[in-house]
Design a protein around this ligand. Structure first.
Ligand SMILES: Nc1ncnc2c1ncn2[C@@H]1O[C@H](COP(=O)(O)OP(=O)(O)OP(=O)(O)O)[C@@H](O)[C@H]1O
Ligand SMILES: [Mg+2]
Length: 359
């Protein structure tokens, strides 16, 4: 067997697809360093923060590639940051790489919970994230995250979003109206407020902008899809058959406005009893997985009914719960990783996305 050299290792992984762009990591200058000491190799790869949520699996996959070419070699893969700012999206020139919508066919299935959970989790796993509440009639994100305050207008005449923790910008109609005040705008104003939230908010540079959609999402999805390229939608549903019919409606609605479906999430999938630790199938379970397969969309994972989620949401402590409670955040971790993994395989099939700056 030929012994490993820096060149032979580079060759083995040169065309490994960068998860964000789908292009070979060598062509993107992401193989930073290769050190070999006898049978030990240490490889340093640079990943953009967009890909950090799946950094562990990328390290593993790169290690496996090298092992396949050089059996017997012990390999350590380190990941360092790869700076790669977003291009400007759409007419509103949003500096965001991936806009992800979270929608459903009917209300109350957990869109806001999933949207907030995804945003917090992608952030926790290393990406730059913003959260936009597009439910202008019934905004629930401020309550869920315990955020209040009036967004200020900065010197550039942009709206300063309210920030959760050190740096998760959040924008919601809830910051602009009094609590319990009803919003009675008609179509054009709805359209205007959505595009204003997108284009006039100082989001900064983001990997992901997660958008919590209102129930019955037709209008808003259309407005969004006309304003900016959307990476795709996550459809939330519950296991009941009726809800699943609604999920089909949601999938076809997004497809109608040419928004790709990034996947389905089954919420309230079984009830984890805090007393006994047993899981009970209140509504049944797994229906969404089957339905996703039938519809040809990815299944991203499921979220059990967890009383701590509801309590934390009611108290405005959802962020604290995700930060501190490993058990509560585990399903969100799995869903967020599945989402990023799915986007990576889309990029691999379709490298050189037009939204990326040409290097
Ligand atoms: N997995 C879960 N476990 C426990 N409670 C949950 C779960 N998912 C959502 N809830 C609770 O159910 C209620 C509705 O959830 P949420 O607000 O996320 O739904 P929604 O689809 O955004 O609703 P709407 O259509 O009104 O916008 C909230 O009180 C939330 O805390
Ligand atoms: Mg909601």
């Amino acid at each position: 067997m030929k012994s490993a050299t820096a060149d032979s290792i580079r060759q083995a992984i040169a065309d490994f697809p960068d998860p964000e762009t789908g292009r070979g990591i060598d062509s993107m200058g992401q193989i930073v360093d290769i050190q070999i000491d006898n049978q030990d190799a240490r490889v340093t790869i640079a990943l953009a923060s967009h890909s950090l949520p799946i950094a562990d699996e990328i390290r593993q996959a790169i290690g496996d590639r090298i092992t396949a070419n050089h059996p017997g070699l012990t390999i350590a893969v380190d990941v360092v940051p790869h700076p790669r700012p977003p291009a400007r999206l759409g007419q509103v020139a949003l500096r965001v790489k991936s806009v992800v919508l979270v929608g459903s066919g009917k209300g109350g299935v957990g869109k806001s919970t999933v949207a907030a959970g995804l945003a917090l989790t992608l952030k926790r796993l290393g990406a730059a994230v913003g959260l936009m509440d597009a439910d202008v009639y019934g905004p629930s994100i401020p309550q869920l995250l315990g955020l209040e305050g009036r967004p200020a207008i900065n010197d550039q005449k942009k709206i300063e979003p309210i920030r959760l923790g050190s740096d998760l910008p959040v924008m919601s109609m809830g910051f602009l109206i009094e609590k319990d005040q009803a919003v009675i705008w008609r179509g054009p104003m709805l359209h205007g407020s959505i595009t204003q939230f997108l284009g006039d908010t100082n989001w900064g540079e983001l990997d992901y902008l997660v958008i919590d959609m209102p129930p019955g999402t037709g209008d808003v999805a259309l407005t969004l899809s006309q304003a900016i390229p959307i990476a795709g939608a996550v459809v939330v549903c519950t296991p009941q058959e009726v809800a699943l019919l609604d999920a089909i409606k949601a999938v076809s609605m997004f497809r109608k406005v040419d928004i790709p479906i990034l996947g389905m999430v089954e919420n309230m999938s079984g009830f984890l009893c805090p007393d006994s630790g047993k899981t009970y199938d209140i509504f049944g379970r797994g229906g969404a997985r089957d339905k996703a397969q039938e519809l040809g969309v990815p299944f991203l994972g499921s979220l059990p009914i967890d009383i701590s989620l509801r309590e934390a949401g009611d108290e405005g402590k959802f962020g604290e719960l995700i930060d501190s409670d490993q058990r509560a955040r585990a399903p969100f971790d799995a869903i967020a990783r599945a989402l990023v993994r799915g986007m990576a395989s889309r990029s691999e099939q379709r490298p050189n996305r037009p939204t990326l700056p040409t290097l």
